[in-house]
Write a protein that binds this ligand. Sequence first.
Ligand code: PLP
Length: 415
Amino acid sequence: MTQPQQDLQDTIAVSDYRQDFPLLQQEVNGHPLVYLDSAASAQQPASVMDAVAQYERTDHANVHRGVHSLSHRATDAYEQARDKLRAFINAESRSEIVLTSGTTESINLVAQSYCRPRIGSGDRILITHLEHHSNIVPWQLVCEQTGAELLVAPMDSRGQLVLEKLYELMTDKVKILAIGHVSNALGTIHPLREIIARAHALGIPVLVDGAQGVPHMAIDVQDLDCDFYAFSGHKMFGPTGTGVLYARECLLETMPPYQGGGDMILEVSFEGTTYNDLPYKFEAGTPNIAGVIGMGAAVDYLQSVGLANIAEHEQQLLDYMTRRLTEIDGIRLIGTAANKASIQSFMLDDIHSHDLGTILDHQGVAIRTGHHCAMPVMDYFGIPGTARASLALYNNADDVDRLVDALEQAKKLFA
Ligand code: PLP
């Protein structure tokens, strides 16, 4: 097997955090597992699993409604997770942390509850060419419902937003800008602070799809000055079916509930209903209590490692992976932006990405293949899909070397 270069030996050859993740300690198809699919769903540290298991074993009860001890304990643990999430993204108030099932629900909530009531024919919604389907389709639905128009800011051949074009599209007809923090297909990091400042100068509110931002860098929503920030628990080492919508309190106050049901009310009669305070007005029904407690434990874990340490490790590893991939004859890197996080898409010769993924799996290397829920990005490059390797804090240079070796094997098979 190829050895990582000496200068990288001390930094990225070993990940100190790997042993925290039980799932990674296994063989797949007779080889030690190399997991390079964290952009789709990251693995969980034992501390997250333990927090969920402890709640299920000793504290399980429904939240908010009970007077008995278990319900109090469940409610405390659930609400503590909200407090951790508030601090994690530096929101001003816990009222601004709406707990959802994930990024997708968070964006749909904003589309239906914020955007739909205040938009009509002649108005515009602005997105970019690099969005995940979760940040495209909810806006298309609102356009169908209201007669508004969807505008798409273009990207260039490296997978970077063409900023001048984006700014040209920002007019007083645009009622919201919805933009990813990091492209899940290409890894491009957008210059959000500059973009948000430009949008705000024209009175355009901004929603950030932070699904791929939160796991890789420290997020400060007040510093970004965004109006909405959506993310998922399972991309940041937490359980699936959990997520957050951060929204400015003054905006949430003006928004009607997204769904009706238990917990989002103060009083119900057949004559009418009074809604609960923020953020509960947007949390109808029994939530994913265990999952949210697990997401709180994921925040603890991320903070114990330090987002700056994570970003540095992943950046060095991404540079190493890019360099190693470039050395392979017949490789075509898709997405070569100057500012990137943890993701590299590629194609190898004319091998179909699904074939590549299957061959790599036989060698214990898990990557993602296909359109990555970003079909317009694939259309731009005129391809049906890519192979995508995505990194997290538990990956190391050995993983990259195993990926490169497996790709070399694939080349031989198709030669
Ligand atoms: N946005 C981006 C950029 C993503 O990468 C994803 C998931 O891959 C989503 C949104 C949707 O996240 P979820 O399926 O957790 O709601």
